[in-house]
Design a protein around this ligand. Structure first.
Ligand SMILES: Cc1cc2nc3c(=O)[nH]c(=O)nc-3n(C[C@H](O)[C@H](O)[C@H](O)COP(=O)(O)OP(=O)(O)OC[C@H]3O[C@@H](n4cnc5c(N)ncnc54)[C@H](O)[C@@H]3O)c2cc1C
Length: 469
């Protein structure tokens, strides 16, 4: 093993950055020199902390300040605007202002002693119902990407929908669905303090939506939202929650859940309070619907006209089943929020049923054996679950395996020491480059008396990052 150990981390979200932090700590403790490159396909670090966590949750988003300190460590390099691909024929392709650089896993394996895959689970699951991909039926992933200013999303992607849809169905009852509903229900003035790009604030400000329907297959006790997020829906200035009191007639399995979980009991209590409060005659309404399973998105002349829902019931052991009674709820648009899902990188082992890379203790597994030098952490290891902090413990566990393999001599030795940053060219975003983007976003923010305004455009970001000092 060369005296300097080189580790590539694919993905600069929480899992990637916490892995770098744990490796750095391990290096200090073992007296080893470990050089770490964190590679990301977008020009900025932080993954879903930047392009997922709701912009109006400023305190949660501020975790990026903690993550940023890891990127400033002398043994850590951030290499933004480089995509890692399974296509071996790519080798290394340089980045330019308008093009993402690429590097193959094969090339990484030749130049690093270990690779930790932390590339997340950033696509959406399908419902598998007719009409779900028609015009006006979109995924929460697309909506979240747009309102957080992800560079892959066109600025005007939601203008037409928001400018015409008066009623929107949001399918799914988790925290992401709650984020989506809250953003739709807020007025521009309630979002001005966030870092949303100007075009997003503009389109949300022009939105004509008055009725948002949040639809779950099971009951209020089974929804997977957290109480704090749920409660916020009832605290909006211009929107009130509407819910049928009958949803509180809980069945046996739901009552057991309420008795066994404080969170579930609190959630049901929040809904009970909404049922009891008098109407506020607000501009917008958030309707909560439970025990309804979407069976198709109703399409007329190629556009959404409604969503067909089947009534459901829970068995004594909490299994949901359809009752065969169908109703069409007329809506102008549908946002599907039924979970995020990881994608395979060709050539990497992948468990398609779970959307994760198979592993044992963070070691990537193929045909029952660990693939030497390949590791995994974060959502692409566990699936889309847990909070940001869950990825820290997860990364620490994976890095423990890397360090153990390093000590036992089972890490493969790299064949060469090419510098991926040099090979991919001048449009790669370094940590200094990211700091310039950060400064530009803060400066843009002060013009609107807020902390920052996200720069969404990839070319703008790279120009700022790579400009001569
Ligand atoms: C909408 C939403 C809201 C959330 N809100 C909260 C919240 O309020 N509080 C909370 O605690 N948690 C929240 N979470 C969960 C939290 O964001 C995740 O736990 C965490 O981001 C997962 O970390 P990760 O590093 O595994 O993946 P990610 O954060 O997704 O990071 C993966 C990184 O890999 C990069 N990448 C992908 N493919 C490649 C490739 N081929 N080559 C190079 N780079 C690549 C991506 O660009 C990305 O930067 C939220 C999640 C979502 C989706």
């Amino acid at each position: 093993m060369p005296s300097v150990v080189r580790v590539a981390i694919v993905g600069a979200g929480p899992a990637g950055i916490y892995s770098a932090e744990a490796l750095t700590k391990g290096a200090v403790e073992s007296g080893r020199q470990i050089e770490i490159d964190i590679i990301d396909r977008v020009p900025s670090p932080f993954g879903l902390v930047r392009y997922g966590v709701a912009p109006d949750h400023l305190s949660i988003r501020s975790v990026r300040d903690t993550l940023d300190r890891v990127l400033a460590e002398p043994n850590v390099r951030f290499l933004g605007n480089i995509e890692v691909t399974g296509d071996a024929s790519v080798g290394v392709e340089s980045a330019s202002l308008g093009r993402i650089g690429r590097v193959s896993i094969e090339r990484l394996r030749a130049n690093y002693d270990a690779i930790i895959f932390c590339y997340g689970a950033a696509t959406d699951r399908n419902l598998g119902i007719p009409g779900e991909n028609c015009v006006g039926s979109l995924s929460a992933t697309q909506f979240v990407n747009w309102y957080t200013g992800h560079p892959d999303t066109a600025p005007d992607a939601w203008d037409s929908m928001l400018g015409s849809a008066r009623s929107i169905a949001v399918l799914g009852v988790g925290n992401v669905a709650v984020d989506v509903v809250r953003v739709l229900a807020k007025d521009r003035t309630e979002l001005e303090h966030t870092d949303m790009p100007e075009h997003v604030l503009g389109a949300l400000g022009e939105s004509v939506v008055t009725d948002i329907h949040l639809i779950g297959r099971r009951g209020p006790a089974e929804a997977s939202w957290t109480t704090k997020e749920l409660r916020e829906l009832g605290e909006l200035a211009n929107a009130e929650v509407v819910v049928d009191p009958s949803v509180l007639n809980l069945g046996e399995s739901s009552r057991r859940l309420v008795e066994s979980s404080k969170v579930v009991a609190r959630n049901v209590e929040v809904i009970r309070q909404w049922v009891q409060q008098p109407p506020r005659q607000t501009k917008k309404r958030i309707h909560l619907h439970f025990f309804r399973r979407p069976t198709q998105v109703v399409v007329v002349d190629g556009a959404v006209a409604g969503v067909e829902l089947e009534e459901t019931a829970l068995s004594q052991d909490g299994q949901v089943s359809g009752l065969g009674q169908l109703h069409v709820m007329p809506v102008d648009a549908v946002i599907r929020s039924v979970g995020y899902r990881g994608l395979p990188i060709p050539g990497l082992p992948f468990d398609d049923s779970r959307g994760v890379i198979p592993h044992v203790d963070g070691r990537v597994m193929e045909d029952g054996a660990p693939v030497p030098g390949m590791y995994v952490a974060g959502w692409i290891k566990r699936g889309p679950s847990g909070i940001i902090g869950t990825n820290k413990k997860d990364a620490v566990n994976t890095v423990a395996s890397v360090l153990a393999d390093l000590e036992s001599g089972t890490l493969p030795t790299r064949k060469s020491s090419e510098d991926v940053a040099e090979l991919t060219g001048s449009a790669v975003v370094s940590h200094e480059g990211w700091q310039r983007i950060d400064a530009a976003e803060r400066a843009l923010g002060t013009t609107r008396s807020r902390e920052r305004t996200t720069i969404h455009d990839r070319v703008d970001s790279i120009s700022i990052a790579t400009q001569a000092l």
